[in-house]
Structures are given as C-alpha cells and as structure tokens.
Design a protein around this ligand. Structure first.
Ligand SMILES: Nc1ncnc2c1ncn2[C@@H]1O[C@H](COP(=O)(O)OP(=O)(O)OP(=O)(O)O)[C@@H](O)[C@H]1O
Ligand SMILES: [Mg+2]
Length: 240
C-alpha cells in the first residue's frame, strides 16, 4: 500500500457545455504522481491546467475517467469521504493566496483542522509547526494585510500542508510574486515534497518548473509531452 501512487488519473476527460458550443477542456489524460514527486504542468492559457488540478483535487468531477487519491476512487466516494479527503489529504495553493483577511496567519492555517474537528490546542500546535516550517514562527498573530505577498503565500503553503496533508496542488503559486520571492516559495514546496508529500505545480515559468521532477505539457487538453528532469533541463535550456 505504501507504494500506491498518491494520485492517479486515468482516461480523464472534461467537457464543458453541450452541442456546438461545448468545450473539450481535457481529453484522455493519464497521470500518476508518487510520493516524493513534484510534477509541473505547463501549457498555453486555456490548455486545461486549472481544470486538471481541480479534478485532481476532487473539486470537480470529470466527464469521464477515474481519479484515485491514495487508493480512494473519487467517482464512487461518498460526499462525506470526499469532504474528508479534501480536509485531510489535499492542500491547495492559489495564485492570489486565498487567505481569510479577518483571521490571523495562525487562524488561517488552523481553520481546516478545526473544521475537521481537531481540538483547538492540537490544531494550534500543528499550525505553529506548519508556520515554523515556512519560516513564519514570528508572524502567528499577523493579519494577511500586514504580510508581504511572499509571506502570505508562505501562510497559504503552511495551510496546504498542515496536519500532514500529502498532496499539494498549486495553481501558479508564484504568479503574483517577484522572482526572488517566487523562488523562495518554490523551494518551500520542493522541501515539503522531499519530506514525503506529492505535488502538482501549474506554472508558466520554466525556471519554476525546473524545481519539478517531471514536466507535463498540455496542449488543447491533451498531454503532449512528459519530460523527466534531465530531459526537461535540456528542453528548457536557453530559457531565461
Ligand atoms: N467552468 C467552465 N465552463 C466552461 N468552460 C470552461 C470552464 N472552465 C474552463 N473552461 C474552458 O476550458 C478550457 C481550459 O480551461 P482552464 O482554466 O483549465 O485552462 P488553463 O490552462 O488553466 O488556462 P490559464 O493558463 O489561462 O489559467 C478553456 O477553453 C476554458 O475556457
Ligand atoms: Mg488556469
């Protein structure tokens, strides 16, 4: 069981709308992500990257195909199982941080645990650990508005990994950050994955994709190329 992939997509198709106006956002996507593996997804705007992430995280059901997260088949999981999986196993990181402005950094991070029924004290301890792991132990009581963009994104990463979440799904997490801060955020995602999580990173930036073990290229909803790290480096050579 320990060798089971964290995430497996098989034959995933997503169709939006019907008839002449329908859009085929994903077609026949197969993707497996193992523990300790960070996969970057690249592709033009509209190629299906966010759709893939949202399906991988069980936020939306694919039109056809199967999504298996740590052995759970999402198509047959109950609403309760899905909600539990999202709260316990999955962590999302978005471009615009998505922090709740009226909550402190610590409260933002502990919220998912408290929703999951953890005792406040246990949640706070886990929250402090998660924030310490992204170097923000001295910002527990700060509100998002009082933090820099990079610090806010580090809070979002702490929230995505708190309580030992094992699949990090990041949609352009560095998109709103300057390059130095973006690099620091990438380093943090990389280190969480090295500690035993799995991650998918959507990015437009070759230098951020270079942190991944593998790069998957999407075009019009299809995987057109998958490069292992060595291959990817050759492929990306020459890009700034
Ligand atoms: N809810 C929706 N209803 C209808 N069409 C949608 C919906 N969401 C996405 N699409 C379409 O599906 C395709 C893939 O969209 P998606 O958001 O996954 O692309 P993306 O690769 O993330 O693009 P970007 O780089 O701009 O974020 C696009 O053609 C988009 O217009
Ligand atoms: Mg997108």
């Amino acid at each position: 069981m320990t060798d089971a992939p964290v995430l497996q997509l098989t034959g995933v198709t997503q169709q939006y709308g019907e008839g002449a106006t329908s859009v085929s956002a994903l077609s026949g996507v197969d993707l497996t992500v193992q523990r300790g593996e960070l996969v970057a997804i690249m592709g033009a705007s509209g190629s299906g990257k966010s759709t893939l992430l949202s399906i991988a995280g069980g936020l939306q059901k694919p039109t056809t195909g199967e999504v298996i997260v740590e052995g759970t088949y999402l198509s047959t999981a109950s609403a309760r199982q899905l909600a539990q999986l999202r709260r316990r196993s999955l962590g999302f990181v978005f471009q615009d941080f998505n922090l709740i402005p009226t909550l402190t950094a610590l409260e933002n991070v502990t919220l998912p645990l408290e929703l999951d029924g953890f005792r406040a004290r246990v949640a706070r301890r886990a929250g402090r650990d998660a924030l310490a792991s992204v170097g923000l132990e001295d910002k527990l009581a700060a509100y998002p508005d009082d933090l820099s963009g990079g610090q806010q994104q580090r809070v979002a990463i702490a929230r995505a990994v708190v309580g030992g979440r094992r699949l990090i799904l990041a949609d352009e997490p560095t998109g709103a950050l300057d390059s130095v801060t973006g690099e620091a955020v990438m380093k943090m995602i990389r280190s969480r994955v090295d500690q035993g999580a799995a991650g998918i990173l959507v990015t437009h930036e070759a230098r951020h994709a270079a942190w991944a073990d593998r790069i998957v290229f999407l075009r019009d909803g299809r995987i057109v190329d998958q490069s292992r790290r060595d291959g990817a480096e050759t492929l990306l050579a020459g890009t700034p």
